[in-house]
Design a binder for this molecule. Structure first.
Ligand SMILES: Nc1ncnc2c1ncn2[C@@H]1O[C@H](COP(=O)(O)OP(=O)(O)OP(=O)(O)O)[C@@H](O)[C@H]1O
Ligand SMILES: [Mg+2]
Length: 356
């Protein structure tokens, strides 16, 4: 097992603008880091550079204390699971698991004990004689993970390994990965654009956009203290509401429908963006906070909760976690409560979070 270091890592294809723009990231030994961000932000490219499948344009990659920039993939001692984890269709599960080790001329007795260990962890014992076509999607996915485990590498790299699975299987595999995590504590970098996977699997979540790391923090930090408006909008579902706010005079700050005062007034600023999470707004009079009147525009029923879009002043905001038994309808005029302590502030120009 090993730490991984990325120092000013850059990737540029030809003369085009770089797609990875000088990433710095230190991943501790045994840490599980999730790289998350929208399509095209450079997640796979970063992972492929760490694996050695892609040349780097500049910077350094360290695995343990070794700079591996010029090492070919097979000498980096990493194992990678891709979204398309093609198994060898003509081989049994056992043979699929053994393949990499046989190539490395590992003794058969050692291969057998490595496979026994992996198949036990992944629940593949009863499936070792089957061919991939006789397995479900989730079972195939476990075999792909097994191929990595048997190699006992320094570092695991995962590139959206669950994205081919349907929603239910995906949730199941997420839990299995979490369990696996407890039993095989190898340094891991997991790429996804699914924020639920990011939040539930990562010791640390690294949020990327346009080839730049926006924030690296624990799931609690990126949700609770997003560094900028992008992270705030990316982490959390339904997404955070953003509202333009301004100095209102009389030591108040806000919009035509929400005025903050006291501790929550940003001194010299004239404008700011408020960020309010849908789950931090309550419908009805009972909750603490500032009362605001609005009109319901739309209601989405998720079964366990309702999400309402409510028009307040000139803004439409999402309100989450509404009891599905609550009788509300579009066009109803309702009272919502906003707890001022829960409001985030962002610079209107740069999007950077403001501590107030
Ligand atoms: N071989 C290549 N030549 C030129 N541009 C490339 C090449 N490979 C990737 N890119 C570009 O680099 C950028 C980053 O791609 P990358 O595959 O790392 O994105 P990603 O974050 O993994 O996205 P996704 O979530 O869609 O997988 C994209 O704009 C992509 O078009
Ligand atoms: Mg990708």
């Amino acid at each position: 097992m090993s730490s991984v270091g990325l120092r000013k890592l850059v990737k540029q294809y030809g003369n085009a603008a770089p797609v990875v723009k000088g990433i710095d990231l230190e991943i501790a030994d045994r840490e599980f880091v999730v790289l998350v961000g929208p399509s095209g932000c450079g997640k796979s490219t970063s992972l492929r550079m760490i694996a050695g499948l892609e040349d780097i344009s500049s910077g350094e990659i360290l695995i343990g204390n070794r700079i591996v920039n010029d090492l070919p993939p097979r000498e980096r001692d990493i194992a990678m699971v891709f979204q398309n984890y093609a198994l060898y269709q003509h081989m049994t599960v056992f043979e699929n698991l053994a393949f990499g080790l046989k190539n490395k001329k590992v003794a058969m007795s050692e291969i057998q004990s490595a496979i026994k260990h992996a198949s036990n962890i992944l629940g593949l014992d009863a499936l070792l004689d089957r061919k991939p076509s006789q397995l479900s999607g989730g079972q195939q996915q476990r075999v792909a993970l097994g191929r990595c485990i048997v190699r006992n590498p320094q570092v695991f790299l995962f590139d959206e390994p669950l994205s081919n699975l349907d929603a239910k299987l995906r949730a199941q595999m997420r839990i299995e990965l979490k369990r696996l995590r407890e039993r095989v504590n190898t340094t891991s970098i997991f790429v996804t654009h699914d924020q639920v996977e990011a939040m539930t699997l990562g010791d640390r979540v690294v949020v990327m956009k346009d080839g730049v790391i926006q924030q690296a923090g624990t799931p609690v930090e990126v949700y609770g203290k997003p560094a900028n408006q992008f992270v705030a909008s990316f982490i959390g579902s339904p997404a955070m509401n953003f509202v333009n706010a301004r100095a209102l005079g009389n030591n108040q700050f806000g919009t035509d429908w929400l005025a903050l005062n006291g501790d929550r007034v940003p001194g010299a600023k004239q404008t700011l963006t408020f960020g309010i999470r849908p789950e931090h707004i309550s419908l009805g009079q009972d909750a603490p906070g500032i009362s605001v009147q609005g009109r319901i525009e739309m209601i989405e029923n998720l079964g366990s909760e309702l999400i309402a879009t409510i028009k307040v002043g000139n803004d439409s905001i999402a309100v989450g976690r509404i009891d599905p038994l609550m009788s509300i309808n579009p066009h109803d005029v309702v009272t919502i409560k906003i707890d001022p302590v829960k409001i985030h502030f962002f610079d209107s120009d740069t999007g950077q979070a403001q501590d107030i």
